[in-house]
Ligand binder design. Structure first.
Ligand SMILES: Cc1cc2nc3c(=O)[nH]c(=O)nc-3n(C[C@H](O)[C@H](O)[C@H](O)COP(=O)(O)OP(=O)(O)OC[C@H]3O[C@@H](n4cnc5c(N)ncnc54)[C@H](O)[C@@H]3O)c2cc1C
Length: 331
């Protein structure tokens, strides 16, 4: 555990300077905030809400950095496994920072665009676009997690990825520890020039300490009925694949073209469906999903991920890379 008095001091100071509505809990189990339903306590869980979010978050990130207190930025918790020992320092939950902020042209000749605050659910963003008869985010329908997390991960499915539609992001870059900019910083990065920085589950935000505040997407005018039809088809497809049957974080391992087939198929062919360690299990219905089959510890999930990778390496020679992120204090 890091010094909670130090954390209290940082939070009090930022609240005084940048008042905002704040849910603050010490020793909060992260199992309450992840789709895997596992994870030990965060020393401090902070969920700022409302219009004061950006200034308060910027202050918190800078002050914590100056103090040497780690901060983990939480979206929807849909791609992470938090250690049973929890997360040291502060967890900054973005899920109170939601909604659409702008509609309008993305730029000369670019057509319509829409901007969302980062805590907006990915599915909710697709809904907001559909409600304005704008096409381009249908692929996000039914995907758990937030827009911020989807941008950070460059989430992908149904032949589309975030970078296909993303045109700009507003970020707080907390690597710049200038006192003068404390509490006020947000920078817009236009994405097209930066397209090459995005790849398979890769974004430029992974290599810099930053909080994504909002993201703007270039969309196309369409027919609401058709847009919603496609969204419904994706949701039904996910349901049919069993995505929502058990707590999980979606695909456990990355696909890799060099393998010549999807990772799930390789795992299936080795008969690893149903393999279990403690409460963690390779989904009996999908080789590339690890589920919390009941009472799993984060350690079970990590051990099972390692076991599957080891068996695939031994039998097929492929080195699997986890897609789920193991975060927090693994000791
Ligand atoms: C049933 C199921 C199905 C899934 N299907 C898919 C799929 O088809 N395709 C796919 O790509 N993924 C899929 N996922 C994984 C997950 O939904 C996505 O990766 C999602 O984009 C993660 O977003 P999140 O908000 O939950 O991120 P989190 O899990 O909360 O965080 C992931 C990472 O992003 C960082 N982060 C989050 N928000 C911000 C922010 N605002 N600023 C800076 N950093 C941030 C976190 O610090 C962390 O490092 C699935 C998950 C589940 C449970």
């Amino acid at each position: 555990m890091v010094n909670q008095d130090g954390i209290r001091r940082i939070i009090d100071e930022c609240l005084r300077e940048y008042p905002c509505e704040l849910e603050l809990i010490y020793n909060e189990p992260m199992a309450f905030h992840t789709t895997f339903r596992v994870g030990g306590p965060a020393d401090c869980y902070a969920k700022p809400q409302g219009e004061g979010f950006p200034a308060f978050a910027a202050c918190l990130l800078r002050a914590a950095r100056a103090d040497g207190t780690p901060v983990f930025i939480l979206g929807g918790g849909a791609n992470i496994v938090v250690a049973d020992r929890g997360i040291r320092g502060i967890v900054l939950d973005t899920s109170g920072w939601t909604g659409k902020t702008e509609e309008g042209d993305a730029g000369p000749g670019d057509g319509p665009a829409m901007r969302f605050r980062s805590g907006t659910g990915a599915d909710a963003a697709a809904e907001l676009a559909a409600g304005a008869a704008l096409s381009g985010l249908e692929f996000l329908a039914g995907m758990p997690g937030s827009i911020g997390g989807a941008v950070w991960m460059n989430a992908r499915c149904y032949e589309r990825e975030i970078a296909d539609a993303l045109i700009e992001t507003e970020i707080i870059d907390f690597s710049e520890a200038e006192e003068s900019s404390k509490g006020s910083v947000s920078r817009f990065l236009r994405i097209p020039a930066d397209r090459a920085a995005f790849g398979y589950k890769r974004s430029p935000f992974q290599s810099r300490p930053c909080l994504i505040l909002s993201a703007g997407f270039a969309l196309k005018s369409g027919r609401e009925r058709e847009i919603r039809g496609e969204m419904e088809a994706h949701r039904r497809n996910r349901e049919a694949k069993g995505h929502y049957r058990y707590p999980s974080a979606g695909s456990a391992f990355r696909n890799n073209r060099a393998f010549g087939k999807p990772t799930g198929k390789i795992i299936d062919e080795l008969g690893l469906r149903g393999l279990r360690i403690g409460g963690a299990q390779v989904a009996p219905f999908h080789g590339n999903i690890i589920i919390n089959a009941g009472g799993a510890a984060a350690g079970d999930i990590r051990a099972l991920t390692g076991e599957v990778a080891a068996r695939v390496k031994a039998a097929a020679g492929f080195v699997l890379e986890p897609e789920i992120l193991f975060v927090g204090d693994w000791g």
